[in-house]
Design a protein around this ligand. Structure first.
Ligand SMILES: Cc1ncc(COP(=O)(O)O)c(C=O)c1O
Length: 407
């Protein structure tokens, strides 16, 4: 059955509302997705009729909130095919999850310990490790992919010889959209002691996640990039890993007995959720998970891929535009097209498009090490979601032609 993008769009009222006096064309889903009405309604309902603190409350709404909050753990478990909801830790998002790992594991690291990340990583998977290197004087090494996201056997051998304590990698690039061959890397590291971490921030709307199949130790994603509210995301960790890991933060809820000299911690995942959690946003995130599973990611994959190839084909006829990274025609990509406009700063292009009601991202996309490697200051990034139409792409292409005249 063909995906009905026009019907899907109706879930997002902002797309039918003039923004700054103009029709709105939203191409910035890789930064954050729009939120469907059902998610906003769920938040409003919670705040108006269900507010109570959870886990300890002896009253009705406290119990109801606990039930709803814990039900989201189960939904998140199903979303990534984890084997137990105890493997799901709620965090604010990917940034918090990677900091959690850097502070807990990293606490014991010294000059003999190595962390490996790729040259493509988002700052959220770079800065926590650079800070760790500064704190603990450990080693930080970089893994290199081929442009199409594949990795050579020699590069895998080189990194294996580093015996990293932690290997932390994106699944999809947030800059070029390319899908990395994480399966090949994970299987090469499967029999080692290395702790493997996947940043699935750009994976969530493109590909069904299966942590049991990938066999990674940890995986993280942010709810706000998948139709959910800000401030609710997931750190998946294999049960045996989470059990051994010390807590990141201390406070209420994560503890069962407190003395001046001794503490008895709750089991995972609760020992990682200190203090009052982000109850409303987690419940709203649960609504987003239901929203996605009602459609199924597979239902829109062809539609969004067609948007990418339509844009890439049109850009080929625009000599001043150079696409950064491989084209979707031939490689696996998230629904992202990044480009530079010869002679123009990406932010100038972004501002001109904004004047026409078009929202894109312009800049380094929190990937300064990658920009340096590519020898560019930044890109203009167009990212698609199932609510974008083919006619949106046509409008964007015309706008880019006009941009050339204005520049
Ligand atoms: C690949 C990737 N990783 C991590 C992040 C950081 O996510 P958050 O800001 O939700 O923590 C982003 C956000 O753009 C991203 O694209």
């Amino acid at each position: 059955m063909t995906f009905d993008a026009a019907a899907f769009r109706k879930n997002f009222p902002v797309l039918f509302t003039p923004v700054n006096g103009k029709d709105y064309y939203y191409f910035d889903t890789a930064a954050t997705s729009l939120k469907p009405k059902c998610v906003a309604d769920r938040l409003q309902h919670y705040y108006l009729y269900e507010v109570a603190n959870i886990h300890r409350g002896s009253h009705y709404l406290g119990r109801l909130g606990t039930e709803h909050y814990e039900a989201v753990r189960e939904k998140a478990k199903n979303f990534i095919n984890a084997s137990s909801s105890e493997e799901i830790v709620f965090v604010r998002g990917v940034t918090e999850a990677i900091n959690l790992l850097a502070y807990t594991y990293g606490d014991t690291f010294n000059a003999q310990d190595t962390v490996v990340v790729s040259s493509y990583e988002h700052h959220s998977n770079v800065v926590p490790w650079v800070l760790l290197k500064q704190r603990r004087n450990c080693q930080l090494a970089v893994l290199n992919y081929n442009d199409d996201g594949s990795i050579s056997d020699e590069e895998i051998q080189r990194v294996l010889k580093l015996h990293p304590r932690i290997l932390s990698l994106q699944v999809y690039s947030n800059v070029t959209g390319v899908r990395f061959d994480v399966e090949k890397i994970l299987s090469a590291f499967a029999k080692t002691e290395t702790i493997t971490v996947l940043d699935a921030a750009q994976c969530v709307l493109h590909e069904k996640i299966n942590v049991q199949k990938w066999n990674c130790d940890f995986l993280t994603f942010s709810g706000h990039k998948m139709f959910g509210p800000f401030g609710a995301g997931v750190l998946f960790g294999k049960k045996e890993r989470l059990q051994k890991l010390p807590p990141f933060m201390g406070g209420g809820s994560m503890i069962s007995q407190v003395g001046w000299d001794q503490l008895v911690l709750q089991d995972a995942p609760y020992k990682f959720e200190a203090g009052t959690p982000n109850i409303a946003d987690v419940i709203g995130f649960g609504e987003a998970l239901d929203f996605i599973s009602n459609y199924g990611i597979e239902s829109w994959q062809e539609h969004t891929r067609n948007l990418v190839t339509t844009l890439e084909n049109a850009l080929q006829n625009m000599p001043k535009i150079k696409v950064i990274g491989p084209a979707a025609n031939g490689v696996r990509k998230a629904d992202i097209v990044s480009f530079i406009y010869e002679g123009a700063h990406p932010s100038d292009v972004g501002e001109i498009l904004d004047q026409m009601g078009i929202a894109v991202r312009a800049g380094h996309h929190c990937a300064q090490p990658l920009m340096k490697k590519l020898g560019i200051a930044g890109t203009v990034r167009v990212s698609f979601a199932p609510y974008n139409l083919k006619s949106d792409v046509d409008f964007l292409v015309q706008a880019l032609q006009k941009t050339g005249e204005i520049l």
